[in-house]
Each structure stands twice: as structure tokens, then as C-alpha cells.
Design a protein around this ligand. Structure first.
Ligand code: C2E
Ligand code: MG
Ligand code: MG
Ligand code: MG
Length: 285
């Protein structure tokens, strides 16, 4: 039949697509099992620092998957897949609970903790009970809300399926949680939402940092964002800072916070715990 013919036609001319989708389905199933068992998934932590004196001021939670055959799989590979196939609210909840439990464990050992920021996907926000789940997880583990930050990208913030999220973010902030816009400058952003949405922090995407200080456009954009944020009373953290030249440029333009390989790579909780113990910071406990 014509239908059958069409299928054969596809197979002959687009073999890589079919192989790719088979591979995705296998990975998806393995991810489902990994989530059910919890064993292969791990939250890594990347520290964030004050630019002027290097003091640790926070960390970002970044999900890792230790696959038995493929080694470490990065989130850019499996999170979009999880989002497309309905695994994302569950995976996101798992990350949040791991992070809150970890903060609680550190506090229980008398370790001074800095705020930990988790990435939220659009599907977690569309799920209407995100706020109550967050609040109940925090209280279950007796973790003060200011120790948890939420990172939302512009596309998540502006996703219409989530409705008007301004009052929801406002409610979370009233509870004490902090809100950051992740990958700032790379989405379909309009400056209008900066006026409208209750936000604590902008994370300047590493796209703009990479070629500093030599690239004129990146230098101009970075300088302008820093000036604007100052006027709006928003903190800015620069992502992906790898060199001292980048750091010096940012420092000279009034950027106060950084995250990047120059300071630390994402690392397991045990490794970051060492740094927390060493740091004699004014961190919250
Ligand atoms: P992101 O939230 O923008 O996280 C920052 C990414 O930049 C991380 O990649 C981090 O390892 C990387 N990075 C940090 N400093 C540097 C640097 O100096 N140089 C370079 N080249 N890279 C640097 P990672 O861990 O691969 O995560 C990629 C993305 O996956 C994240 O981007 C975030 O969008 C997503 N993601 C990670 N964990 C989660 C999660 O638990 N939930 C959700 N929804 N998304 C997550
Ligand atoms: Mg992030
Ligand atoms: Mg980012
Ligand atoms: Mg990014």
C-alpha cells in the first residue's frame, strides 16, 4: 500500500532519525527506572561567589545521571526528553526533595549552609500545586525558606500554560524563597516583565561572558544589563566565568556575584561539604 511504501521510503532516506528515536525511547525507559530506584541519579552542586573577595554566597543544584553503560549523562541530554514525555514534574520534585534533605542534613551536622538554587522546568510550574509542595517539603525537613532559591528561564516565566505567575512568585517570596531569572538575555525577553515580575536576581547567561572582554557586542550587552539591574535594584550573577580577564571586566562594571569553572565545577555533595566546612562565611545557618 501507499502507506507502507511511505514508511519504507522514510526508513531508507532518514535512517539516522529512526535510530535516534529508538535510542531516545530506550533512554527514556532507563530514566524512568533510574528515577523509580533513585540510585543512578545524583544532585551535583556548583558554588557561587562574591566577586570582590571570593566568599561563597550560594550554590546551584545540577542534576547528573550516572548511566551504567554510557557513563555520566548531562541534563541537557535527558531533561528535554523527560519534559517531552511527562517525566519532568516527578524528576523535578525528586531534585527538590534531595536538595532540601541535603540542606537539612548539613544543618543537622552544624554545618553553615548557603542558599541552594534549583532549576525549575515549565511543567513544574504548570502543575498548580508547586507552591504548596515546596512549602510542605521545606517544613517537613525544617529548612528555612530563604535557603532555597528557584531559577526560572525566560521561556518558563513567559509560558502561557502556567497562567499569570506573578502572584504565585509573589506568594513564594512572601514565604521567603528567592527567585532568579536563569540564562538572562537568551530567551524571547521583553524588558516589560522585569517591571512586572517579583524577582531577586538575574543570571547573566554564559553566552555573553564567553568572549569577554574582547568582544564589543558582549561587552556592551553585559555592561548595559549590569547598569539596568543596578537601577532596578536586582542582583546579577554572571554564569560561566572561566578566566581572570572575564572576572576583572565584570568586577570593574559592578557585577557582584559569579559562578563558573574559574571558581568551581559542579561537584558531589560530599566535595562541596568540605568547602562549606572550610568557609568561615557569614552564611545563614
Ligand atoms: P543552567 O541552569 O544554566 O546551569 C548552568 C550550566 O552551566 C551547568 O551545566 C553548569 O555545569 C555549566 N557551567 C557552569 N559554569 C561553567 C563554566 O565556567 N563554563 C562552562 N562551559 N559551563 C559552565 P549542566 O550542569 O550541564 O546543566 C545544563 C542545564 O540543564 C542547566 O543550565 C539547566 O537548564 C538544566 N538542568 C540541570 N539540572 C536541572 C534540574 O534539576 N532541573 C531542571 N529543570 N533543569 C536542570
Ligand atoms: Mg540554572
Ligand atoms: Mg543558566
Ligand atoms: Mg544555561
Amino acid at each position: 500500500s501507499a502507506k507502507r511504501h511511505g514508511r519504507n521510503h522514510d526508513r531508507r532516506f532518514r535512517p539516522s532519525l529512526e535510530v535516534e528515536s529508538d535510542r531516545h525511547l530506550i533512554i527514556l525507559n532507563e530514566l524512568r527506572q533510574a528515577l523509580a530506584q533513585g540510585a543512578q541519579l545524583e544532585v551535583y552542586y556548583q558554588t557561587q561567589h562574591r566577586l570582590d573577595d571570593g566568599e561563597m554566597i550560594g550554590m546551584e543544584a545540577l542534576l547528573r545521571w550516572h548511566h551504567p553503560d554510557h557513563g555520566m549523562i548531562l541534563p541537557t541530554e535527558f531533561i528535554p526528553l523527560a519534559e517531552r514525555h511527562g517525566l519532568m514534574p516527578a524528576l523535578g520534585s525528586w531534585v527538590i526533595e534531595q536538595v532540601v534533605a541535603q540542606i537539612s542534613a548539613w544543618r543537622g551536622q552544624g554545618i553553615k549552609v548557603v542558599p541552594v538554587w534549583v532549576n525549575l522546568s515549565a511543567l513544574q510550574l504548570i502543575q498548580g500545586d508547586l507552591e504548596s509542595r515546596l512549602i510542605s517539603t521545606l517544613s517537613q525537613y525544617r529548612v528555612p525558606a530563604p535557603l532555597l532559591g528557584l531559577e526560572l528561564t525566560e521561556s518558563v516565566l513567559l509560558d502561557e500554560r502556567a497562567g499569570d505567575i506573578s502572584p504565585r512568585l509573589e506568594a513564594l517570596r512572601r514565604e521567603g524563597l528567592q527567585i532568579a531569572i536563569d540564562d538572562f538575555g537568551t530567551g524571547y525577553s521583553s524588558m516589560a516583565y522585569l517591571k512586572r515580575l517579583p524577582i531577586d536576581k538575574l543570571k547573566l547567561d554564559r553566552e555573553f561572558i564567553r568572549a569577554l572582554p574582547h568582544d564589543h557586542a558582549d561587552a556592551a550587552i553585559t555592561s548595559a544589563v549590569l547598569a539596568m539591574a543596578q537601577g532596578l535594584d536586582l542582583d546579577v550573577i554572571a554564569e560561566g566565568v572561566e578566566t581572570t580577564e572575564q572576572r576583572d571586566f565584570l568586577l570593574a562594571r559592578g557585577c557582584r556575584h559569579v559562578q563558573g569553572y574559574l571558581y568551581a565545577r559542579p561537584q558531589p555533595a560530599s566535595a562541596v561539604e568540605e568547602r562549606l566546612r572550610q568557609s568561615d562565611s557569614t552564611a545563614l545557618t
